[in-house]
Structure formats: structure tokens, C-alpha cells
Design a protein around this ligand. Sequence first.
Ligand code: ARG
Length: 460
Amino acid sequence: KEAKLWGGRFEESVTPAVEKFGQSVSYDWKLYKHDLMGSRAHANMLAKQGIISEEERDAIVKGLDEIEKRIESGKFDWRADREDVHMNVEAALIDLVGEPAKKLHTARSRNDQVVTDVRLWCRDAINVTVELIILLQVALVKLGLRNEGLIVPGYTHLQRAQPLLLQHVLLAFVEQLERDIGRLRDCQERLNFSPLGSCALAGTGLPIDRFHTAHSLGFTAPLRNSVDAVSDRDFLIELLSANSIIAIHLSRLAEDWVLWASEEFGFLTPSDKVSTGSSIMPQKKNPDPMELVRGKSGRVIGNLTTLLMVCKGLPMAYNRDLQEDKEPLFDSMETIQTVLEVTAEFAQNVTYNKERIARSLPAGYLDATTLADYLVYKGIPFRTGHEIVGKAVACGVSKKVELAQLSLDEFKSIHPVFEEDVYSYLGVENCIKKFRSFGSTGAEPVSQQMHFWCEKLGIA
Ligand code: ARG
């Protein structure tokens, strides 16, 4: 049995169950690239400060490069008895280059090392996620472009409310995704500070230069307080919160699509490429990917909850509990990335059923609110107009007709102010023409929004 790197004071070895229980290399190996980056930066700084010699530094860096090659060609022997990624790399380095490697851990602890790795990992993972969000935004805008002018029913309480341009609805999701990017970028900026050199918790008496390692790793600066640096995972809680919000946005988009793909709505048909069937019911074609997007939001939120619970009530400073941060982090990032990717593919593979949607539009008095606005133009207080239109709707309901099918006499019998021009406010096409407030669903405001996003996203 190999001696542990921390084994000096121990006389007995840990039981197999404890060893297996405590290992994290089965998942934290994913940090290897960032662990190696951190070690190179640390070795360079140690040499610059005269703590190790240039020759020792060169041997260490060469060894780290070799380890990276072995990992990437699948030839690295990840060993559970070496616990985690950090000690796997350090022990392998000692095997490889001998004595100089034993100096790498000078003025460093796994406590500052692990959180340095995780911050670097998050910084990169956020860039990937942001790219995927942008691709989804592009897919949604293009879906809008393919359906220019398409009017759909808008709902509140899932009851018919007012007509909307489909582009307007799609751009609502694009806006939400833009704020999601903002949250990720904020988080990225806040986490980009270096814990390296905080050591176990107290810093060190050795003459290290934390500013040097911080800057060489692309951090804004070293964290000011070593106890803070090794003890907190607030940046992960923030990141997993941002992911949870993304997941909720996507879950709602998915729910709309699932609903609209139903026989009852029939507004949308996903292509075969993004649908799956039933093992028993031969006729089925289900929008499973979107159900999974909806379902995975629970998982992403679960990861956040796990991390919150892990961090709650920990005494200062580092505690091994914090090793439990990695699986929720990796799972959250990987899940959100696949969800973004699949949602974009879905957007590229759906068709809106224009006829079916058009046939549905006369139902539900989508133009009632526009009719109330008409009465405002006629000098009637809105609250009174609301009452009058309510009467018109009741009349329509009892006669089983739309508002546009009521005769002028019928309108006049409800209120004398109605005139022939009332018909230019009725029917969804007319309604859409009337909307003109900033950010509204009118043809002009929506085309301004589309223009803004096409420009921003570089869509020709
Ligand atoms: N694998 C550990 C983690 O993820 C590294 C730090 C361990 N430190 C320690 N003193 N046991 O947190």
C-alpha cells in the first residue's frame, strides 16, 4: 500500500470503506486542466520569489505538461487511494520528476487549491453556457422571422386575453435569456478573484506573491482575506441560482410548446426529428424533449438546494463538507448546457399551424379590450367603457357570435356612442394595427424589437 501524502503522523491506514467514502477523484478529475494551470502559476511564482530554483520550476512544469498529455490521451492512472484530483496530480508528479516535485505544495493547501480550480472551471463553463444561450436566442429570433405577421391568441390565467404577434411572444423569451446572460456575467465577474496562497486558512509566512499568481491566472486580484477565500462557496450558490432561473425560463417555454403541440391546441407541430413515440400506442408522437427540459428544471433547482444545505451552518473555515459542492456544480452546468442545446434544436424543428391558429382566433373575444380603448377615444371614461363592452360581450355570448358580428343597431342599443368606425377596432387583425405603445404587440413596435435583436445577434 502506498503511503499517503499526509501520512506522517499516522500509524494505521484508513479502512477501505472510509477510503472509498472520502474519495472525490471519480468526479473532481474534471478539474484537472484548471488544477494544472494553478500549479504552473504557483510554481512560476515560487521560482520568481526565490523559494524554489529555476531548475526545480522547470522540472515541475515539464512534469505537469507530461501529466496533461497523459490525462488527455487516457493514459493517466486515476487512483481512488490518492483521494482527489489534487493529490493524484501531485503524487504522479513526484513519481515522474522526483525531488523537485515535492516542493510544489510549498505555501499551498488543497483548501486554496481546490477553490482556485473551481473558480477557474466556473469561469470557463460560464463562457460556454453564455454561447449556448446566444444560440438559443438566435434560434428563437429565426423562428420568429419564419412566422412574420402570425397572430396568436395571448393568454392570462390560460384564458383567452388579447391577440399577440408570435414574434412578440418569442422575443419575450429572448429578453429573459438576455437577463440570464447578465446574471451569469455578474457572477463570473464576482467569482474572478484568486484564493491561491491563502493556504489552509491563515495564509503563510513564506515570501509568496499572491498578486503574481492572481494575474497570471487571469484573476482580477487576490481575495483580500484568506479565511474568506477557503471557506465560502457563495459564488457557486450564485451560479447555481442563475442556472435555476435559466431552467425556469426554459421550463416555461417548454410547457408552452408541449401545450400547443396537443390535439386540443394543435397550434404547433414538432418535426419527427425532435419527437418520440410510445412503446404501446402506435399513433403517438410526443414532444418528449420539451417535457425533459421542463423536468430537468427540477434537477437544476435541486442542485442549488443541495449546495445551500451543504453550506448552511459550517463553522469557519474550510470543512470537508465543501467537497460536496462539486457534483451539484458539474451536474447543474452540464444539465443547463444540454437543455439549452436541445431547446435550440427544438426551435429549429417546429412548425406553427397557421390555419388552425387562424381558425381559433375569433373565439374568446380577444378584441374586447381594444373595443374598450375605442370608447376612450369617444370620450367615455375607461371604467364606464369596460362596463359597456362587458354588455356587448354578454350580448355576443348569448347570440353565440363575435363582437364584429354584432350589428351597428345592436351596438347602439348598448350605447349610443358607437358608430360605424367601431368595426375598424374589431377582429384580431385590426387590434394588432391599433397597438402602438413602446414594447407592445403592434406591428411597428414588434418590428422594432425584431430589428433590435437581429442587429444584436448578427442575424441578416
Ligand atoms: N477534495 C477536497 C475538496 O474538494 C480538497 C480539499 C481537501 N482538504 C482537506 N483538508 N481534506 O474540498
